[in-house]
Ligand binder design. Structure first.
Ligand code: SF4
Length: 325
């Protein structure tokens, strides 16, 4: 089956004062119709750059697509003319961001903003677009939508603003929704409501969800598959149960060990060291300065993608511990 979104060997760099920052290095990733793929990792690992690349929202310069292909519905997004890419954005791929306040226009009512998005992408008159806007506000469970439609963003709570962003993103029924840390700015109760809403919308519309997050609790509740990213590379990919039951890569194990659990006697084990500077990455495996299992070759050779022996289909890791010795 052909994937809805297929990223192959994507490398994205940025020219900075410190030199070339290699934010994404040879990433391969796919998202199938109707599934949720969670892309996880610490801040600065390249998750958001990967997501923005799929929308072709990287400013070039300072960014540069050095290699790769991003296939969506049979088209290579990296070579499309901007007019066609503009049609795909919003129509076929929707995106919601971490901080809705910065993404919404403070001097337009939320209704006008959703309506504008609808009229930009669909052949609808004003009345029809307003009716659809109301329907979208109902769909994302905004209370009193008839009143809220004429309010400005500052009159809405953080959770409601995020619902407005979701309404705008799904108003054209995209087949893929990219959600970049969609609940990070919200409190825990609202986080749960937004995740429930995203899950329900996905089931109802069969859209696929690419969920960018550093929160493993969210991953466990929401994702079908997980890709773990470190220093611009995918280091492990697995069905969600397999990742939590038998994490293979030392970095994934470190992430899981550093999450608070119900066991009060169990100390948290943070990963030692810090994320490397993308302008000055260590040779070989970029995780080797922080890895307690490093082998001599880890300092020299970049690990390749290897199946996890005895693992579930689709479970692989880029770690020399899994190479045949
Ligand atoms: Fe650790 Fe080596 Fe595996 Fe990298 S390749 S995670 S350094 S064991």
């Amino acid at each position: 089956m052909q994937s809805l979104l297929s990223i192959e060997n994507l490398t994205v760099s940025f020219d900075t004062e410190d030199g070339t920052a290699r934010a994404v290095r040879g990433v391969d990733l796919h998202v199938d119709r109707g599934e949720t793929l969670a892309l996880v990792g610490e801040s600065g690992c390249g998750k958001s750059v990967t997501a923005l690349s799929a929308m072709r929202l990287i400013s070039t310069p300072p960014g540069r697509f050095e290699s790769g292909r991003i296939a969506f519905g049979g088209k290579d997004l990296l070579t499309l003319p901007e007019t066609e890419m503009g049609r795909i954005r919003g129509n076929d791929i929707g995106m919601i961001f971490q901080e809705p306040m910065t993404a919404l226009n403070p001097i337009m009512t939320v209704g006008d903003q959703i309506q504008e998005a609808i009229q930009l992408h669909q052949d609808k008159g004003e009345e029809e677009a307003r009716a659809l806007t109301l329907e979208m506000l109902r769909k994302v469970a905004i209370p009193s939508p008839e009143r809220r439609i004429d309010q400005y963003p500052h009159e809405l709570s953080g959770g409601m603003k995020q619902r407005v962003m979701i309404a705008m993103a799904i108003s054209c029924q995209p087949s893929l929704l990219i959600a970049d840390e969609p609940t990070t700015a919200l409190d825990v109760t609202i986080q749960a409501q937004i995740l429930e809403l995203l899950n329900a919308l996905r089931e109802e519309t069969r859209m696929a969800l690419l969920l960018i997050t550093h929160n493993l609790g969210i991953v466990a509740e929401t994702a079908d598959r997980v890709a773990v990213m470190y220093a611009g590379k995918i280091v492990e990919e697995a069905p969600v149960e397999a990742l939590f039951e038998s994490p293979a890569h030392p970095y994934t194990r470190g992430l899981l060990n550093s999450v608070p659990r119900d066991d009060p006697g169990r100390p948290l084990e943070p990963i030692p060291g810090a994320v490397p500077n993308p302008s000055d990455l260590p040779p070989g495996c970029a995780f080797h300065p922080r890895c307690g299992d490093a082998l001599p070759r880890c300092r020299r050779d970049v690990p390749v993608r290897l199946p996890v022996a005895g693992g579930r289909p689709g479970h692989w890791t880029a770690c020399w511990l899994y190479a045949e010795r």
